[in-house]
Design a protein around this ligand. Structure first.
Ligand code: MG
Length: 424
């Protein structure tokens, strides 16, 4: 078996994962909520997307619709929050910056997970404990760290680390007794369907999975699953991705807090999403070659008339001009808008992003005049420095009644001057 391959003996990958991340962010600013049941709801206060351990113990499942668990929460004194993504995004940035001090090679995997390359470290487990202590002391966020020779092993070790008091755990590929206890469905990359097919042929735990002939694994889940198998045996097949791949498209959309019927309100929403998407593209140093706008009604409301449509245009020259994107997005919206429907969602997608350096300019440049560019840059700077409420386009609207429902959102403690914690 390949697991005992000496070539990879020096490798150590760590997966640092924030515990119940959104809940932990809320607790940093409400320490009285420690050891108490807390949940955070998804957009529009739809369902539970983060639960404290105490809330899990009450039997609140992940993704439970709020209206189904509302009573249970009231009876048990569960504190319920709307999601505050501005806060979570900022806390995530802080955690990552602490982690980066300990490892030269770091891959941000999600808002609350990062892979660290600790290869060559003499005592990775001791270092992990130090990392953990530093992160909680500097940011207030508790994390767990899993160690292994590959990303897949590190992921698996992290699940076990969550149950340890030290919050850290290392899996070695030769630790058969540990692998034997892990259900095959817990392996990263083995989804529900694959796990059923694997169990059908008797591969119900990680050890059996690791020891199965690779031809069997390939016949069940193709080369991707074969790669997962190799990773479980300690042979790295997934590399660290330090530089996020530049994206080809970017989308900005949300469901409305309530059904929206008027064109004026849809226009405001589309203008806001267009601004947001264009800012994302600008911050990555890219330009967009095309634009798509879509609208749809709520397809779950079978009692209501349904309508969905989208339209796309290509810019004659790739652009990152916010005003131009907004103007065109509104034109597209007007062409697909139909009166008499209750709209649930609209969004803007910027297509075929290209790096700014590779831009080819038109011979007769019309939109990119220097003054226009200076204006946009100044506008962006004011809005970045003084907040988006200081500089925005008229098209974005002022009251934004269509925007998300977030009745129980906490203040944006770390990113908004007005929401700073006051100490008297
Ligand atoms: Mg987590």
């Amino acid at each position: 078996m390949g697991c005992r391959d000496q070539r990879y003996s020096f490798l150590v990958i760590a997966l640092a994962d924030c515990n119940n991340f959104y809940v932990s962010c809320e607790r940093v600013f409400r320490p009285a909520l420690r050891n108490r049941p807390v949940i955070v709801l998804s957009n529009n206060d739809g369902c539970a997307v983060a639960r404290s351990n105490e809330a899990k113990a009450l039997g609140i499942p992940m993704g439970a619709p709020y209206h189904q668990i509302k009573k249970l929460c009231e009876w048990n004194g569960v504190t319920v929050f709307s999601s505050n993504y501005e806060l979570y995004g900022d806390m995530s940035r802080r955690v990552t910056s602490v982690l980066a001090r300990f490892a030269p090679e770091l891959e941000i995997y999600s808002i609350d997970e990062s892979f660290l390359n600790l290869s060559g470290v003499n005592t990775p487990l001791l270092l992990s404990q130090r990392i953990r202590k530093t992160v909680v002391r500097w940011t207030g966020i508790p994390i767990s760290i899993g160690l292994g020779k590959t990303k897949t092993l590190a992921k698996l070790a992290n699940r076990l680390a969550k149950k340890k008091k030290t919050g850290c755990f290392e899996i070695r590929a030769e630790q058969d007794d540990i692998l034997k206890q892990i259900p095959v469905g817990d392996i990263w990359g083995v989804g529900h369907r694959l796990s059923i097919r694997l169990q059908r042929v008797g591969l119900n735990n990680a050890l059996r999975f690791a020891q199965a002939p690779s031809s069997v694994i390939r016949s069940i889940g193709g080369v991707t699953l074969e790669r997962t198998q190799r990773e479980i045996t300690g042979i790295p097949c997934l590399e660290m991705e330090q530089v996020p791949q530049s994206r080809k498209n970017t989308c900005s959309s949300r469901s409305f807090g309530r059904p929206v019927e008027t064109l004026a309100e849809l226009e405001e929403a589309v203008a806001n999403y267009a601004v947001k998407a264009t800012r994302k593209v600008r911050s990555e140093g890219s330009l967009t070659s095309g634009l798509q706008v879509f609208i749809n009604t709520n397809r779950f409301r079978e009692d209501q008339e349904q309508y969905a449509n989208s339209r796309t245009l290509a810019f004659d020259e790739p652009t990152d001009d916010i005003i131009r994107v907004v103007q065109n997005a509104k034109v597209l919206l007007r062409s697909i808008y139909r009166k008499g429907y209750a709209y649930k969602k609209t969004g803007v997608i910027l297509l075929d992003l290209i790096p700014k350096r590779s831009q080819q300019t038109l011979l007769f440049e019309e939109h990119g005049s220097p003054r226009r560019r200076e204006f946009i840059d100044a506008f962006e700077e004011v809005s970045a420095r003084y907040g988006q409420s200081c500089a925005f386009l008229g098209a974005q609207g002022v009251k934004q009644k269509w925007s998300m429902r977030r009745e129980m959102r906490t203040p944006r403690y770390t990113t908004c001057w007005d929401d700073l914690v006051k100490v008297f």
